[in-house]
Write a protein that binds this ligand. Sequence first.
Ligand code: MN9
Length: 290
Amino acid sequence: MKNFKGIFPALLTPFDGNGKINDEELIRLVEYNIEKGVDGFYAGGSTAEAFLLSFEERKQILKTIAEAANGRCTLIAQTGCIGTDLTIELARCCESLGYDAVSSVPPFYYKFTFDEIKSYYFDLAKAVDIPVIIYNIPAFSGVSFTAGNICEFLNDERFLGVKFTSNDFYSLERIRRTHPDKILYNGYDEMMLAGLSMGADGGIGSTYNFMAEKFIKLLELFNSGNMSEARMLQAHINDIIEALIKTGVMQGEKYVLDRLGFNMGPCRRPYAELSEEQKDYIDKNVIPLL
Ligand code: MN9
């Protein structure tokens, strides 16, 4: 099995001048991050604007990323949809594209019971031969899993781990305690050090798209017990993230990459485009810190 620990950028989706997916730039973004030494990618997640893409477009980015990475790192595909059948169709497609694992947000919008959500995940796990990673992101999905809920999945060997985008680090630690061999990813980049100290094996994050090297370094510092330097690096990272939160995280990330020579385009409507003032703010508060 591939290495699932470490630093996994949650890839953004570049769009061209007509609002279509820009495959060429997506390939460049994959290459740029492989050269920095990332351990793998999380494809088709929140950061990819998955829920603003059509089903065909979701397949398109997943295919482009798999072909660009070409077996050089570990690939996780986020295939979650509201309905089980569509999720399974996308997951089977990813399995044939060579993805190492699939991941899914819980089915959202309708208030499904935990039993219904559980059957969604087990139906997904039964439908593919690659492992499943639970995507816990209560702030976006509206579904709050307890540590006990998550353990009900992890007790089954088909579930490899959790992408834990929550600041409930007590739950993260309890899951780690009972499941030492599962893979736990920290989800909020601005709290990476907290996640690591409570048992995460690494992280999946959107800001890694343009500063993966800082997170690779943070993980090294943590693993070698150099906590004071790790704290200083997290503080530096958070100066950047605080500025991005002010302009809109994904819009800001795309603009930062544009300033680094990419052509990412804006986020899809209804996301607003950045104003000149917001771009100027990033120019002054983010770019000099890179
Ligand atoms: O992939 C991302 N989560 C969301 C994880 O976008 C909801 C994070 O990387 C955040 O964008 C980041 C800024 O809050 O931590």
